[in-house]
Design a protein around this ligand. Structure first.
Ligand SMILES: Cc1cc2nc3c(=O)[nH]c(=O)nc-3n(C[C@H](O)[C@H](O)[C@H](O)COP(=O)(O)O)c2cc1C
Length: 342
């Protein structure tokens, strides 16, 4: 029904408007008394074979929603009820910011891909706290990034401010240094900059949550050279991080089926979906070979089917995430993937 009826209607709208409409409808539905529970029962099998123990948490299944869909942590329970094993909210920045001018999200249907230059549009980490506080049924990771207006010298303080606010309420925290739409952000992946940043965030999390050690992960770009992937892996081990999320979107435009004018129409931004599948898998395999079983690896990028998810798990992913396929395939995809992963 989604593909035959709802998706063609959503396609009549610009991509970002379609996102807000679909997400708004889901949140409204979930506000009707009893519906959230019904959704949970319909979409979560509660099958022990699906469960994954990682990061000190019991994930009901290994299929998560990647960061960027629920930037402000406004609908993670409804998303979780659709069958996701966990939801990563954010990216949240230290200060609220509008993101880039619209249009900033584009479809490339021939590639089942998206190009986005959202630019971390979000209400800021302080605003999200009220919605993260308190018990939740869905496992929630909180992804944090740098406020655009903050210069590089202030980056550590900006991340630390967010970590302090959300740390005690997050099931895990992700330092995002890999989005292509905040100028200079990806330069923070260089180990000499990443080391003090991750160390400071770790310290902040330990301060705000002394009783429960909040798992800390770093999210990397697919565009890193192999040697830099290794360097981040080594650093993560050195600093006692809990895991790595690989990968974010690419600034590359190779191997697309869409024609040049369709690609040009999108302009700058991060490309996601099937075109990044191969590199995302490659980065995962490289990381697993480097770190052995010492880190949790969350694999994301181009996963669309049960077979893709399985391939990642067999290649060493502890958990996987999807984003673009959820947009193309609709609300039944998470439960379909999760059931197939048993
Ligand atoms: C519209 C859009 C917005 C995104 N926003 C974020 C974000 O705020 N933070 C982040 O870490 N990743 C963000 N991502 C990247 C995704 O989390 C994911 O890493 C990437 O899209 C690859 O997965 P996919 O091929 O399944 O989409 C965004 C992706 C898209 C398509």
């Amino acid at each position: 029904m989604y593909r035959a009826l709802i998706r063609p209607l959503l396609y009549l709208l610009p991509a970002e408007a379609a996102h807000h409409l679909a997400f708004g409808c889901l949140r409204l539905l979930a506000m009707i008394p009893g519906v959230l529970g019904l959704m949970r029962r319909a979409f979560h099998r509660g099958d022990a074979a699906l469960q994954v123990r990682a990061l000190g948490l019991d994930f009901p299944n290994p299929i998560g929603l990647a960061a960027g869909f629920d930037k402000d942590a406004i609908g993670y329970e409804a998303l979780g009820a659709l069958g996701f094993g966990f939801v990563e909210v954010g990216t949240l920045t230290g200060q609220p910011q509008p993101g880039n001018p619209t249009p900033r999200l584009f479809r490339l249907p021939k590639d089942r891909a998206l190009v986005n230059r959202m630019g971390f549009n979000n209400r800021g980490s302080a605003d999200a706290v009220a919605r993260l506080r308190g018990p939740h049924r869905t496992i929630v990771g909180v992804n944090i990034g740098k406020t655009k207006a903050v210069p590089e010298e202030g980056a550590v303080d900006d991340y630390v401010a967010s970590a302090r606010r959300v740390g005690a309420f997050a099931d895990y925290v992700v330092v995002n240094v890999s989005s292509p739409n905040t100028p200079g952000l990806r330069d923070l992946q260089a180990t000499e900059k990443l080391r003090p940043l991750l160390a400071a965030v770790r310290e902040a999390l330990d301060e705000v949550s002394p009783a429960r050690r909040v798992p800390l992960l770093v999210k990397i770009a697919p565009d890193l050279a192999d040697a830099d992937v290794d360097a981040v892996a080594d650093l993560a081990l050195e600093l006692g991080l809990d895991g790595i999320i690989a990968t974010n979107t690419t600034v590359g435009r190779d191997g697309l089926a869409s024609n040049a004018s369709e690609v040009e129409r999108c302009g700058a931004g991060g490309l996601s979906g099937p075109p990044i599948r191969e590199r995302s898998l490659e980065v995962l395999m490289r990381l697993r070979a480097r770190v052995g079983d010492r880190l949790v690896l969350i694999s994301v990028g181009g996963i669309e089917t049960v077979e893709h998810a399985w391939e990642r798990i067999q290649a060493g992913a502890t958990l996987v995430q999807i984003y673009t396929a959820f947009i193309y395939e609709g609300p039944l995809l998470p439960s379909r993937l999760a059931k197939g992963a048993a």
